[in-house]
Design a protein around this ligand. Structure first.
Ligand SMILES: Cc1cc2nc3c(=O)[nH]c(=O)nc-3n(C[C@H](O)[C@H](O)[C@H](O)COP(=O)(O)O)c2cc1C
Length: 211
């Protein structure tokens, strides 16, 4: 099928799919809409990873960076998700905005963000979140919640000044380089609308999918 022959006005899709060659422009437009309508966290996404035994697992994270290639979130590098990403550097992301009944799925390969970018983001976080990044040994069992509270107190003593809380070495960002992005819009009687962009070398191919 020669995708280049398609013009988006011939695809028969709702006008909210716009007519973009690049899915990032469409992503930004949908995110801007969701920011106006969602009651909280429009940047929340389900992140799926797969461990070395091919067992998938999924959890929510917040999108904290977007380039023209990559979707970025931050986390503990020793967490379950990070361990899985180290052994299998591929992931899938899914946004769902109930208020506008839309979904976006993004698949691709993942790598750590450069330290400079992670530092910049870390330094923009509130004091309590920075201390929390030091105190939480994310995804490992703890005996009692008092252990965590004790660790928070200890790190507050170690780093009493807001601007001088450094980024922990075990905390950084992951950047998902998308090779497929699919936009979904709810339709009557489950006759939904789907538009998939697939990366082919340097350009994106558009296809509409049966719901
Ligand atoms: C809306 C929402 C946003 C979240 N954002 C993040 C995030 O950006 N980074 C993070 O490490 N955990 C975030 N969490 C917590 C994760 O879902 C998860 O519990 C934690 O990262 C441990 O996951 P893991 O054991 O799979 O590594 C968020 C949870 C929710 C419900």
């Amino acid at each position: 099928m020669n995708q280049k022959k398609y013009k988006s006005n011939k695809l028969g899709l709702n006008s909210c799919f716009l007519n973009k060659k690049n899915p990032f422009e469409l992503f930004k437009a949908w995110m801007a809409k969701a920011k106006k309508t969602e009651i909280n966290d429009p940047n929340a996404l389900a992140l799926a990873t797969v461990n070395r035994n091919k067992q998938p697992s999924v959890r929510m994270v917040l999108l904290k960076g977007l380039t023209n290639k990559e979707f970025i979130f931050y986390t503990n590098l020793k967490s379950k998700k990070s361990n899985e990403l180290k052994s299998n550097p591929k992931a899938s992301m899914c946004f769902h905005w109930k208020s506008i009944r839309r979904q976006i799925r993004i698949d691709g390969s993942i790598k750590k963000v450069p330290n400079k970018i992670a530092d910049q983001y870390f330094n923009s976080r509130p004091y309590g979140s920075r201390i929390g990044a030091w105190a939480s040994i994310q995804s490992t069992p703890m005996k009692s919640r008092f252990d965590l509270i004790k660790r928070i107190k200890e790190y507050k003593i170690k780093f009493p000044i807001y601007k001088k809380v450094p980024r922990p070495p075990h905390w950084s960002g992951w950047a998902l380089k998308a090779n497929e992005i699919e936009f979904w819009l709810d339709g009557n009687n489950r006759i939904h609308e789907r538009l998939r962009y697939k990366k082919l070398r340097s350009h994106w191919i558009k296809e509409i999918l049966y719901p």
